[in-house]
Design a protein around this ligand. Sequence first.
Ligand SMILES: *[C@@H]1O[C@H](CO)[C@@H](O)[C@H](O)[C@H]1NC(C)=O
Length: 521
Amino acid sequence: MWAMNLLLACLAVISCSEAAKILVIYPVPARSHGNLGDGVVRHLLKAGHEVTYITPFTYKPASPKLRLIDVSDNVKAAPENLLNLDDIINKQMTFDSPLIVMYIMLDMMRMTIENPNVQNLLNDPKEQFDAVIGEWMFSEAVAGFGAVYNCPFIWTSSVDVHWIVTRLIDQPTNPAYSGDPLSSALPPFSFWQRLKELYAQLSVQLLRFLYFDGAESRLYEKYLAPMVAKRGLKPPSFYEIQYNSSLIIANAHVSLGQALAIPQNFIPVGGYHIDEEVKPLPQDLKKIMDEAKHGVVYFSMGSNLKSRQLPKEIKESLLKMFGELKQTVLWKFEEDLPNTPPNVHILHWAPQQSILAHPNLALFITHGGLLSTTEAIHCGVPIIGIPVFADQFINVARASQRGFAIKVDLSYTMAPELKKAVLEMTSNPKYAQKAKELSYIYHDRPVAPGKELAHWVNHVIETRGALHLRSPALHVPLYQKLYLDLLVVIIVTLYVGVKVSRIVKSTFFPSKNVHGKKKTN
Ligand SMILES: *[C@@H]1O[C@H](CO)[C@@H](O)[C@H](O)[C@H]1NC(C)=O
């Protein structure tokens, strides 16, 4: 009996400790993307895997099972002053054109692949992986890494379900009710909005067809296909690889996004980047928050957008307005400000998740980045959103529609409007209530998002690519889905039928009609 137990225990250990080697690729040098990549890596390490992580944000790994490949040079692919607040406020700069984003990202993928550190990894035939996980960010070039290591490839998507990624494993979502990832329109769409969303889909499809598919294919043929050959395999075409991913793991959840029909291999695990345990606040900050009789307002514009980029008039008017509030204000800001009112505390660094988890926190003023919005719902905190660029507009629009947010436009004179929003949100409990309800929905899942992520990666590795999860829609051409071939058959049949009957008529009953026609003429 004892021996039996020991045997069972050994078997359990063996089956649980099947460590795999996984390559994780997150090349975008923006902190929010880095946080999502770090989250993926953390959960894979926790599941016992060995991880090689291509990232622009290097640090000293705490685990011997983690190896970092430094691509910090990628910063150079992002144009200087990409985020110039003045330009954004003056509406000189918009980010709703996919062309610019796609172009920057293509360049960044080229830089990533050309990076000497990545080249070393590619050139060493001894390097082997059981799966490659790559972030989808308006480029599909990294799919080629799966072919190099002859292993399953998994996409991660940093935002809610959208057509550009679902087309990679199933089919594009319908533009009549699901917007483009850069659109800020919320369904139900008006006629013009539907038209605009259809146009957005068609234009991106056309851009890919005319330029980007070819450019990415050339990148693959130049750098990755030779590496496949070097490992003794016949390189597949880029097209075959592009549509051959096993899963899409998305930073998405219905509590924050839309309840769209999704393919079986689309796995929404929104919030996996958040630490399972709340870290304690630093003593001084804890004291400030504990003692805030009227609650705390937390203001942070995220990591991309530095507060010091804020124009002077905005800074001064905000500081004055915060001073007029009875709440304690925590402002995440990289520099000290003169004449700070006593209820306002400037934090050069802010442990955001711990602040959001404090019971005295009344509301969060944010740029509306998806990670911040997710963290707010994780903690059940209402938000005032001041969107600045990219998906921040749709995030804040959705949050307002759900009832846990108020939107304030970024402008030189936003202080009075922001004050009005703070007063409304601190006097009307409906926003906090809604945030709590959504927080319940967010947390009420069979498994925690990080665990689910690790589960599906493991499933793909164990089943060598999870072919059973793939949608049959992927390889059915559009004309077949729309039965256009049937339409052609019907039209041809009718046409031939009419022709034949005319011939029959004119052969067997020749003169009748001629007479009638002449009369009407
Ligand atoms: C597609 O993916 C599967 C599973 O990972 C793999 O077995 C197959 O070789 C891949 N096909 C191509 C053409 O790369």
